[in-house]
Structure formats: C-alpha cells, structure tokens
Design a protein around this ligand. Structure first.
Ligand code: SF4
Length: 297
C-alpha cells in the first residue's frame, strides 16, 4: 500500500520495503522509551511523561536536536528497537507501570498506521493514562482524523507562518498551509487543555513554538495566527530552549537573547494569550536533549 500519510505524499510502497522521504519503511523503530521530565509541567508532572521516541521524520530542520534519530540509519549505534503493534502496546503498558502520567508519542506521523492499531490493543490490555501526540505539526487532516478518539492530548509545534523561512530552515515551504489546518483539526478533536486536580493534563491542545534567533518577527506572526484562529484560552508553550548544533551558520549559530525572548513573551501577553508556558533561559542546554542509547526503562 503506497503511503500518503503526511503532506509529502511520496507514495512509497512501505509494505514492500520501500522507504519514504521520512526514512521509514515497512518496519517502525523506536530509539528510546523512558520517562521524560522536560516537557511542559502538565505533561511531565512529577512522575514524568512516558516518552516513545520514534525513528524517522518528515521534516528536515537544519537545527534538529535529534538528528541521530530523525534521519533513520544515520546513527546505527543508537540501538533502535523494531516494533510492531504488540511491541508498542507492551511498551505503553510498561511506561504506565513505571508511573508515567501519559504516553508521549514523539514524532509519530510516519508511524500512524502502527499507532492506530497499537493504542486499541494497549487499551484492551489495561492502558488507562492519556495518549499525547507530540508532533512537528506537518500533518494531513485526513491522517489526523484516523486518530480521532485515540489521542487525548495534542502537542503540536507551530514553527513558521512564512513559506520562505519554512523552506530555508525546514525544507517545507508549505509548512503553514498544512500545520494551520492540522492545529485546527486537533482543537476540534480535543478542545482546549483540561487538567486534573493535580494540574496534570487529561485532554486538549498545547501549541508549541520555538523562538529562533533573529526571528522574533516570525514568532509574532505565529502568535498572531493563534490569537486570531484559535480560542483565546488556547494553551501556548513559548520555548526559549533553542541550542545551536555544531557547525550551524548565522543566525542560528547562537542562542536566543533574553531581549528576543522577552519581546516574544510580551507579544503573546499583549494578544491576550494568557495560558502561556514560558521557559527559563537556562533551558537552552543540550542536557535537556535525551540520549538515544536504546535504553528502555
Ligand atoms: S509518512 Fe513517510 S512514507 Fe508516508 S507520505 Fe510521508 S514521507 Fe512518504
């Protein structure tokens, strides 16, 4: 069956072993499954988010922190685990046993065909915690509709509005065309964020945006869009954690300045986006990027 699951619609015959532009073929692989403590507070809570890091990605961001797993095969030493739907259901149940607040599917888009089978299996076998779809936002609405009723919390990026910047930094000029419709669909499916009595997310949408150096004007465009298209109570996570990888060219060769981040935060607040997660500037550290060493808790 040819794959048209993401906006690239490359048509790879994955069951026949052909790899798509995302690098994923017949077999999904998991680089790491473990509790993760560096998501937003309602996602990580006190006991951690049960993160499942998949190999492969449908974007090619020049600043990617997870390059060893987003480009399948570029880091054969990472010890990725091939996973079918039963194996993925087992992993979800193990993460629940360890006390995770949720199951956090990281970069799930190329694996939708696996995920849509694994979640019902895990539920049948006793999975009770919410499922988080942690995505770069470059999604087809048709594919998201297949996840309706399976995903409890959507955690998408909204990276760019401008085609020029989306092309320059992620190789996807049509990013906003797809991501804006995807976020709208996510809002329709789950609504705005709902928390339990302990402040842990039960259901809803958190839109993430990473502020980039020399790109606060782009951040303002993204925030303007959120304020105009989504409910004012939409939860927005404005991230300051940009960390340059070795060899980055200007202007991405430095961290964000405090002044840049303050301008971004001030703009969000001026738009009335009060449900805002902000980060300390000290979050810009590669220590917040997990090691993809194949470790399964
Ligand atoms: S998910 Fe991968 S194989 Fe499927 S259309 Fe997108 S790039 Fe191609």
């Amino acid at each position: 069956m040819n794959c048209f699951d993401c906006p690239i619609m490359c048509g790879a015959d994955r069951e026949a072993g052909e790899k798509g532009v995302c690098g994923v073929g017949a077999q999904s692989c998991i680089a790491r499954a473990a509790r993760h403590y560096y998501e937003e507070p309602p996602i990580s809570g006190t006991r951690g988010s049960g993160a499942v890091f998949f190999m492969g990605c449908n974007m090619r961001c020049v600043f990617c922190q997870n390059i060893g797993i987003s480009t399948v095969g570029s880091d054969p030493s990472c010890g990725a685990l091939p996973a079918d739907e039963d194996a993925l259901a087992d992993i979800m149940l193990r993460l629940q046993e360890l006390g995770s607040h949720n199951i956090n599917l990281v970069t799930p888009t190329p694996h939708i065909r696996l995920i849509e089978k694994a979640i019902p299996k895990a539920r049948e076998r006793g999975l009770l915690i919410p499922i988080v779809c942690n995505t770069n936002g470059y999604e087809r609405v048709e594919s998201l509709k297949r996840l309706e009723g399976l995903i409890d919390i959507y955690l998408p990026d909204l990276k760019y509005v401008s085609p020029r910047l989306a092309e320059r930094y992620s190789g996807r000029a049509d990013y906003f065309e797809y991501a804006s419709r995807a976020v709208d669909e996510m809002q329709r499916q789950t609504g705005t964020l709902e928390l339990d009595d302990e402040g842990i997310a039960k259901r809803g949408l958190i839109v993430r945006h990473l502020v980039l150096p020399c790109a606060v004007d782009e951040t303002r465009r993204v925030l303007d869009y959120i304020a105009s298209a989504l409910p004012k109570e939409t939860c927005v996570s404005l991230m300051s954690q940009y960390t340059p990888i070795p060899g980055m060219k200007k202007p991405l060769d430095r961290r964000l300045t405090k002044a840049e981040y303050s301008r971004a935060v001030d703009h969000a607040l001026a738009l009335g986006l009060d449900n805002l997660f902000i980060q300390k500037m000290s979050s810009a550290d590669s220590a917040f990027t997990p090691e993809f060493n194949g470790y399964f808790e």
